[in-house]
Design a protein around this ligand. Sequence first.
Ligand code: ATP
Ligand code: MG
Length: 1001
Amino acid sequence: MGRQVELALLDELLGEARAGEPVTVLICGEAGAGKTRLVTEVTAAARGRGTRALVGSCTAVGRWSFAFAPFVEALRPVIRELAISGGGSGRPVGPGLTRLMPVPGGGAAGRDPPDPGPFGVSPQLRLFEEVLDTLERAAVPAGLLLVIEDLHWADPSSRGLFEFLSRNLRSAAVALVGTVRTDEPDDGGFLEWLAEVQRGPRAVRMELERFCREELADLVAGVLGHPPSAELAGRVYERSGGNAFLAEELLAAGERGVLVPSTVGSPVLARMAGVSMSARGLLRLAAVAGVRVGHGLLAAASGLGDDALLAAARELAENHLLVADASGDGYVFRHALTREAVYDDLLPGERQQLHRAVARVLRDEPALGPPAPWAVAEALAEHWFAAGDLEDALAASVGAGNAAREVVAVAAALDHYQRALDLWDRVTDPETVAGIGRPVLLESAAEVASGAGEHERAMRYVDDAIGELEHTAAAPIQIGLLYERKAWYLSWAGRMGEFAEWTGRAVALVPSEPPTPERAHVLAAHAHALTVGQRRYEEASRVAAGALDAARAAGARRDEARAHTVLGVCLVMTSTDPEAGIRQFDQALAIGREIGDAGEAALASFLLTDALIRLGRLDDAAATGFEAAHIGVQSGALRNEVGLSLFNAAEALFLAGRWDDCEQALEQVRDQRAGGIVELWGLALFALLQASRGRDEAAAAAMADAATLGVVQPDGEGMLRAAQAQIALHQGELDAAHRAALDGLDTVAGSESEPGMATTVTLVELALRIEADRAQVARARHDPAGEQGAVESTRTVAVRTPAVRVRSAAAAQRPEVTRAHRALADAEVGRAEGRSEPDAWRSAAGAGAGQGAPQRTAYARFREAEAVLASRGDRARAIDALAAAHAAARELGADPLGREIDALARRARIELTDEPLPATPPAPAERGLATLGLTSRELEVLRLLAAGYTNPQIGEALYISRKTASHHVSSVLSKLGVTTRVEAAGVAHQLGVTPDTTAPK
Ligand SMILES: Nc1ncnc2c1ncn2[C@@H]1O[C@H](COP(=O)(O)OP(=O)(O)OP(=O)(O)O)[C@@H](O)[C@H]1O
Ligand SMILES: [Mg+2]
């Protein structure tokens, strides 16, 4: 066997996979290099260790394998098992997989259009996730090895799935191994695809070199059963060039004394020349039919009687050309290369004739073909095409596209439709041949293109269809529906600006009387587009009402649900009657569930959660989010959809100040490993939450994780910048905090996303606070220019942000929230300008208890206490405010704010009933200070000294007179044995005393 280095490397990689670090290994090498042999060895070793190993191959018929062929082959045993046992989790096998592999008890699932739904997630993604899920389940408990052989022949859908799995298998004990021939012509962007897979996070490419002289001698010994003579070993090495397949073939031929020049095919052909005429004919037919071919098919296509066929087959087996396959019901080539050599040797006319013979059999007796119905349709298309029978090829390509589409093999379907379109003009009367008009074919092509993520291409098809129909007397309904399609393609391609324009055209074209399902459909789409793309709520509301009427009259349930959802959004956003809005959502949800439309229900519950957040009904919002996630998990929703629902819940909990619950919800979001934006949001909010609690390391780790996702999105970015600003603030790096906060604001302010991210309000408040801090510091440093700049900046943030806040709070229907936000901004501007305004802070905290977000209330009450103390106001009020702030910060777990509150309490000699939190990171060196005999008051003075405070500033910071302050300062100097303040600061630094910069100067 040899290959020790490769085997050792694979063993190591598979070990990592078993430990929960999935890997993708691409084993690359020329034809016959020994890739299959190597993976066979590895598979056996893995099985020996108890690891489950699944193998599927891509065997080309025509250009490539049948849609999903390698995965159907590899997964079949697992699916059977899961269908019977439920895999312990009680979850059924998903509908996508059930379509690919009918299982006992698996009902036929409803068929959705293949392109992305209102949520932008396609059935293809759903299917891919089902596969991912199945593999993760099969990997428990002993790990899983999935081998996909001969990726160079993988159909477009299998390629997509392989790449998806290699990117999305995370922390599951799965190793994904693919073999790749490197000397095949690059066909259909294969090399580009391979490069993309290789770039993936945990992908390794392994090159299988040719054997060296010694290794090849071992191989020869293995074949012969004894060590070869040096002369024979040398000759085989020279001729084979170290290629394993060729060496074997040369040896097989050599026994007959024929050592022919060395190309991969030549020994095969030499051997073929030695068999009888009828055996040769059968071999040629088999080469056309495929690597594996059934007895029945060969018999029907060759016209040979059973006896003659068996005799010929026996002869071929004796000559190492064709052998009986494992099922006993068919034949398989000794090696794929054997088939290729025979096939390549056929004359063009001969080849066409044989393809025609196979096609006829498949047409008349499909049961003789491959076991899956779509595979038969695809084979038929390939054989007719290769036979040069263009009419049959056109009809069969349309059939193959339809069949592939049924099993959500959209990329493969696209390929067949494209071929049908290419054939269209080469056939007389294509409409009759294909059984459909060209616009219908184009529409199908557009749908599957979009389903495969190629939205721009989908748009070209649909434009083409529209162009054809506009020149005919086609029904306006037909054209209107194409306009509507186009609108969605535009939206999925990210061209939101044009979305409502095209839904509008569709509405203009589809007659309103009588109320048809089509009318309801375009109206619902238009209403949706007006909200999502344009935020034209008044107009959307009118259109949605019309859609509702039409949908009810025409019995279009899905569009009825959509109309309710859009009405819900409009009522909440325009706040004409928010409660009625909520009822609209409930109706949409009820219909969605009734008709079993997971996508429609997901859309409604997503927008409902958002509406509840806007309405300040945070607990309801969280409950709705959790419920949607729960239902989603049960109904096989995408990780993305479940993750989004959980994130919505987490966001509501964050705003509600239920931070422990929020943390748990965010962990659930992370467990979904949804990838993309949802995972980014989850990590970003996690970072913000941790930073708000003073757990800066955990926050930084989440930020680093977010960065590795490689996804950039304004709202996520905004939360990350907020976390970063908080961390900088905790470290006393005001300038860095300033940059992070303002960057974050720029990002979210420019964001078009709708509905907005409610947490952006946190960023706004943080930015205000940081700018006001900067103004204070500049003033203390006698830096009028800096002060002026920071004051201006505070004002700018205050006026620039209403738009952002409007997105996040229910502006009109909750005036008290808006007022509190406004008041906070005013109070921060006042603080920046050097005013102490207890009442402004009081209104920012919210009128009554429990009003507004808890973190804002805690912060504002803290500032209220500070302002009362600074203006030498009513001490009882200061105590009251500080105690309230303290309790609120405690409850939240907002440690950084808690420390600021403690520090203020200490300076002002206010006793807070609770134990104070440990002062800013407890520096061990500080404990040594006790031996210097400093009182706790003197330590505070030293901290302020170290931060550069003057005596009067120390007095103000500690709410004591200037005289008392200077008394404390002299005492500190003498205890430290120094004479100047600068020396004292130096000693403080050496002792590790943390300067106190939190006090106002
Ligand atoms: N390490 C080895 N020891 C002994 N025999 C080997 C070794 N590697 C390959 N062979 C033999 O050489 C022949 C070709 O090898 P294999 O089928 O693994 O090549 P491959 O790279 O998979 O080719 P293809 O690209 O056609 O799939 C096989 O018959 C195999 O048994
Ligand atoms: Mg192989």
